[in-house]
Write a protein that binds this ligand. Sequence first.
Ligand SMILES: Nc1ncnc2c1ncn2[C@@H]1O[C@H](COP(=O)(O)OP(=O)(O)OP(=O)(O)O)[C@@H](O)[C@H]1O
Length: 614
Amino acid sequence: MRQKLKQLWRYMEGSKGLYIGAILSIGISTIFTLINPLVIRITIDSIIGEEAIQAPLWVQTFVERLGGKSLLMHNLWVAALALVLLNSVNGLFLYAKGKWSAKASEEIARNLRERLFNHLQHLPYDYHVKAETGDLIQRCTSDVETIRRFLAVQLVEVGRTLFMLDFALFIMLSLDVALTLVSMIVVPIIFVSALIFFMKVQKAFQLSDEAEGRLSTVLQENLTGIRVVRAFGRQAFEAEKFEKSNTEYRDLTYNLIRLLAWYWSLSDLLTMLQIGAVVVTGAYWASIGRITLGTLVVFTTYETMLLWPIRQMGRILTDMGKTMVSVGRIEEIFQQPLEDMQTDGKKPKIEGNIRFENVSFSYGGERPVLKNISFQVEKGKTAAILGATGSGKSSLVHLLLRLYDYQEGSITIDGVELREIDKKWLRRNIGIVLQEPFLFSKTIKENIGLAKPESAEQEIFLAARAAAIHEGILEFEKGYETAVGERGVTLSGGQKQRVAIARSLVQDSPVLIFDDSLSAVDTETEEEIRKALRERNKSRTTFIISHRITTVSEADMILVLNHGEIIQKGTHDTLVSQPGLYQRIWAIQNLLEEELLQEKPKGTPSEQDIVISS
Ligand SMILES: Nc1ncnc2c1ncn2[C@@H]1O[C@H](COP(=O)(O)OP(=O)(O)OP(=O)(O)O)[C@@H](O)[C@H]1O
C-alpha cells in the first residue's frame, strides 16, 4: 500500500503545485462556509437580540464603524449583503478548486496514458504476442480513469472533510464544549459504520464490476466474430449467452444497489439521531438560557454540514483500495523491461548475404523449436521455406529480424553477427510481409507508403502494379484515396495481402520476407506477382514461406523444415527427383492441380491451397 501511494505521488509529478492550490482553495472555501452560520448568529443574538457581539475585535470595530447595532437592526439587509458577499467569495474559491483539481488530474491522466502508450510501443515482440489486447486497453483507459477520478474528486473531498472537521470543531469548542460533545456522540459510530459497510460491500462492487467486464467481453467477442456467428447460424446460442451475462450483471448490480439503499437509510437514521440530539439538547439549553439561540443555529447548521462528508468518507476510503489496485495494474506494465534495441550496435551496409550456422532456438527455454539450422543465401537470391504448420518457418524468419534471440549458433548478414547490429537498423533493412497483414484505418495510398511517407505517387503505383493490385485499386470509386480498415471499404483477404506486399516493396529494403503472404491469392495472380517480383528483386535477397509447391518452386534454394530441422535442401528440380517429403507433397499437389484443371472450364483460376502435414 505504501509503495503504491508513493507511485501515486510520483504520478502527480509536475501537477503538485496545482493540487496544493486546489487544497488551499478548498480550505479557504471551508472557512467561508463555516463563517456563514456565525454571521447569522451575530444577527440573531446581537443585532436582533440583546447579547453583546462575541466576535474578534476587528468585527466589533467594523460593526461600530457601520453605525453600531441599532443602525444595523433597522438595516438588516446589511447582514444579508454580508452573507451574499461571503458566499460569492466562497464560490470563487470553489471554482478555483474545481478548475485546478480538474486541470491537475486531467494532466496526470494524460501523462499516464502517454507514458503507458510509449512504454507499450517499446516492449518486446513476445510481450505483445502473449498479452491480451482487451486487458491492455482496459489498463490504459479504465484504470487511468479510476486514478483520475480519485485525484480529481475524492482526494480533494478528503481534504475538505479534514478541514471542515478541524475548523468546525475549533469553532464549536470555543462556543460551547458541552454541546460540542453532544454533537459528536453519534459521529464515531457513523464513521466506523460507514467504513465497515464499504469494506464489506467492496466484494459486491467488485462482483458487479467483474460482471460488467464479462458482459462487455461477450459483446466484443460477438461483434468481432459476427460473421462466424452468422455463417454458422449461431445467433440463438449467442443471444442466450448474452442474456445470461446480461441477467447476471443486472442481478449483481441490483444486489449492490439494495445493500447501498439499506446503508443510506440506516445511516440517515443515525444522522437524524445525531441532529435530534443536538436540537433537543440545544433547544432545552437555549430555553433555560444556558446557550443563545444563535449558538443553537450554528450547532445545528454545522452538524448537517459535517455529517454528509463523514458518511461519504467510508466510500472514499474504500474507493482508495480500488485506486491502489489500478495503480498496481498500471505499474505491472511499467515494470516490464523495454526491448533492448542495441542502439550502440553496428550499422553495416546491408547487401543481403545471409548465413545460418548450427542455429538452435526455443521460446523461453522450453522444447527446441529450431534445431541445428545451417544454410546460406547469397545477395539477390531467393530462398524458400516449406514445411508443415508448426515446423518453425515463422520462427526462423523472426530470428532474422531479431524479434527473438537465438540461443545457439550464429547468424550473420554480410559477415556481421546479427547480435552486434543495431536492431532498428536491421529491421529497416529487412522488410516483412506478415502472414495476416494488418492495414491501418487510412487510405490505400497511405497504407502502401507507410514505411516511406515521403514516397512519390509513381513509386506507390509501381509497387502496387508489382503486387498485382493497381488495377483493382483503380476500380474503387476513390482509387488510391479509398479508406480501408474499420470505417472504410472491406478488402478481401487476397487484396489485403497484395496491399501489404506493395507496402513492403515501397520500403525498398535489401532483404524481403514473405511469410505465407500469398496464401489468399489465386495461383494465376500469384504467378503474375512472382513474375513482377523477379523483375524488381534482382538485387534483393528474398525469403518466401509457403505451403504451396508452385510458390516455392522457382526459388534458388528450397529448405524443407520438419519439426524444427532442415530435412531437405536444394532446388525444385533436385528435390522432386529425390524421394522424400518434398516429392510427396509435389505429387499430391500436382495431382490435385491436374484434376482441377480437368474439371474447370479453361481460364478459371485454380485456387487449391493444400495444407501439408508431415
Ligand atoms: N511466441 C511463442 N511462444 C512460444 N511458442 C511459440 C511462439 N510462437 C510459436 N511458437 C511455437 O513454435 C512452434 C513453431 O511455430 P512457427 O510459427 O514458427 O511455425 P510455422 O511453421 O510458421 O507454422 P505456420 O505454417 O502454421 O505458420 C510451434 O509449435 C508454436 O506453437
